[in-house]
Design a binder for this molecule. Structure first.
Ligand code: ATP
Ligand code: MG
Ligand code: MG
Ligand code: MG
Length: 436
């Protein structure tokens, strides 16, 4: 992409409405634009990051055996009356009437709808287990939308739903999602700690919140300091292995939100305990027959008996993650994208647009990198070098490749790693092969 043609409305000044760094940087980097309270348009740069995160989430869900489908955003109220949640959900639910005065709602979550789809199609134990998920926009009329996309009203969530014949099966489904979540967050370059959590209005008896530590987090959290330097992927089993040892190992290292933490019963000595703030980026629940019983999601068992299926649900805040990653990875100059989610891998900076040698060298690099499948944002604008560097640091691409007249005379370009600030001058071809 050529920056001269790209829709990237960056801001020089800090916007007044943004209280936390990720919100400020997302606005300044031209990633999103608020259209009303807690509702955002995703501009091209932000949209690329959102899609990258979504894809990593998808790959791990698929690897765990979950199957993607897509349910609508608008749901009929009847389903929620069947489960009893239509009244319980309260003002967070956006209620809508269609032209026939039928009661509808914009889905805040999909337990009822997936249970309805399941019950209409699955009649036998032979068709279990199943795990179905989608990545779809949700609406919750949050009382205080704030912090940009971190607490929006409209937000993108991955939500998966498991169906099993019995509690043992449901536990295994839960463990698979537990592993998929640890893998997903690690791939996103983040340390998310699974914490015992209250099950809240969704209900049930086994639940973990996945929380990343950040000063601006809304939850108070407590964990064993061992968590801080754990490499969960190093010892992770495959999805088809027995997951119980792994699950027990990681659920036995202490971690709890302030709702669950009790200093009187905490097993840790004060020097082993980390007390911090955290951002909830995912949440998994096992809730048994809470929805399958009232909605009648029943299958015939091996002896023809009727069995109410055991369910769990598993959410990841895909759009919240964009903000959460920035909270965890930035400096004074701007965002520092982890490689896996960066909107482009390389920012190519032409220090002297209009200079025949610089233009030619940059055009060739741009063409060759793209041909090699590398995502490049090419700053070909007629701007001061300082402004180009500042914009590149602000949008945080992992690599910057700078081409200027002086370097070209000596046959070199400059490569900078955004995360460390390390710079290196090297021949054009050497830079090219480092990036491909
Ligand atoms: P919170 O405690 O932050 O209000 P929640 O517990 O109500 O979140 P869940 O019902 O567990 O949320 O939904 C699953 C995931 O969806 C959350 O872990 C979070 O990452 C994301 N999420 C929930 N509410 C929002 C929101 N208003 N804006 C962005 N993401 C959200
Ligand atoms: Mg909430
Ligand atoms: Mg919560
Ligand atoms: Mg939650």
């Amino acid at each position: 992409m050529r920056l001269s043609a790209y829709f990237l409305p960056t801001l020089k000044e800090n916007p007044n409405e943004a209280q936390i760094v990720s919100h400020r940087l997302m606005l300044r980097a031209g990633m999103v634009r608020q259209t009303s309270a807690g509702i955002y348009a995703w501009l091209p740069l932000g949209f690329r990051v959102l899609k990258k995160i979504e894809q990593i989430v998808r790959e791990e869900q698929n690897a765990a055996g979950a199957q993607e489908l897509l349910m609508p955003t608008i749901q009929p109220a009847e389903l929620w009356k069947e489960s009893g949640r239509y009244d319980d959900y309260g003002k967070e639910m956006l209620r809508i009437r269609d032209r026939h005065e039928r009661e509808m709602l914009f889905g805040p979550t999909n337990e009822e709808m997936i249970t309805d789809i399941f019950r209409s199609a699955v009649k036998s134990y032979r068709d279990l287990p199943r795990n179905l998920y989608h990545i779809q926009w949700k609406f919750r009329d949050e009382i205080r939308p704030r912090f940009g996309v971190m607490r929006g009203r409209e937000f993108l969530m991955k939500d998966a739903y498991s169906f099993d014949l019995d509690a043992d099966g449901a536990r295994r489904s839960y463990q698979k999602m537990f592993l998929a979540y640890l893998r997903t967050f690690a791939r996103l370059g983040m340390k998310a700690i699974p914490m015992q959590a209250d099950t809240g209005p969704i209900g049930g008896d086994l639940s973990h919140e996945f929380i990343i530590l950040a000063e601006t987090g809304e939850s108070g959290v407590f964990c064993d300091k061992e968590w801080l330097d754990l490499d969960v992927l190093a010892s992770a089993p495959g999805f088809d292995d027995d997951l119980t040892p792994f699950f027990e190992k990681y659920t036995n290292i202490y971690a709890a939100t302030d709702e669950k933490h009790d200093p009187a019963t905490s097993p840790l000595k004060p020097e082993e305990l980390v007390s911090a703030r955290g951002i909830e980026v995912g949440h998994i629940f096992y809730f048994g027959t809470k929805y399958s019983a009232p909605l009648g999601a029943v299958v015939a068992g091996p002896n023809g008996e009727q069995i109410t299926v055991e369910m769990g649900s598993y959410g990841i805040g895909v759009s919240r993650l964009v903000g959460a990653i920035i909270e965890a990875s930035h400096d004074d100059a701007g965002i520092i994208w982890p490689d896996e989610v960066a909107p482009f891998k390389v920012g190519l900076i032409n220090l002297k647009t209009g200079d025949a040698d610089c233009d030619r060298a940059c055009d060739e690099l741009y063409r060759d990198l793209q041909a090699a499948g590398v995502e490049v944002l090419y700053d070909d604008r007629n701007e001061r070098a300082g402004a180009k560097f500042a914009d590149m640091d602000l949008i945080g691409l992992p690599w910057q490749l700078t081409v200027g007249p002086r370097g070209l005379k000596n046959g070199v370009v400059e490569m900078k790693r955004r995360a460390t600030g390390e710079r290196e001058e090297l021949p054009r071809d050497a830079a090219f092969s480092k990036l491909t």
